[in-house]
Design a protein around this ligand. Sequence first.
Ligand SMILES: [Fe+2]
Ligand SMILES: [Fe+2]
Length: 237
Amino acid sequence: MSTDQIVSRRRFLASVSGAGVGLLVGVPGARAEEKDDEEVVTASEDLMREHGIIRRALLVYTEVARRARKAPKTVLLPSLGEAAKLFREFAEDYHERALEEAYIFPVVRKVQGRVAQLPDVLLAQHRRGREITDYVQGLASKRTLSPADAERLATSLDAFIRMYGPHAAFEDTEVFPAWKVALGGRAYAEMGEQFEEIEYKTFGRDGFDDALARIKRIEEAFGLADLAALTAPPPPR
Ligand SMILES: [Fe+2]
Ligand SMILES: [Fe+2]
């Protein structure tokens, strides 16, 4: 059982022994009801964790854009294709379409205040993102990248990264909190369960763990697997 699986799944936590749960949540001897609280993955936590996978895919796209400009031959087209496929299946078809567009945007559109205007913008960005994913998948299926294609790919990925970082940040900080408040405690708690069911129905297994394993493989292919290597150098003196 990997650490990833341990930290990520409520279902797994529910299946292990009480002593194990105490260790896992760092509260040895915790009472049963306290453990139950720790086991719950709320709807917003689910969504924000999915944004984590998406941010890691954007990191891969950042590296692809850098290589496309500097040395197009070093862009690993099959691995880029895997990244775009993950983005299509996990971010676009599942996170965006099955969760945000189906359950969150319709509720947030009806709340008071400026946040109600965000779903229209976010939906337009989902659609633009899908166009870009189509384009990236088309290029990734080629055998080589021409210099002209490499430059256009870099420009398109830069724009996508610039759009999607703020997109996810606005959702995390404004849209999901407004949705949570609008739903109220019980309905919000039930959404966590419903999202879990949709995840199973969509992927036939644990979608998050699967996506995490996939992005890790892609990061390794692009030399991005070592987080420490991304630590910034000290500033100039
Ligand atoms: Fe979104
Ligand atoms: Fe999102």
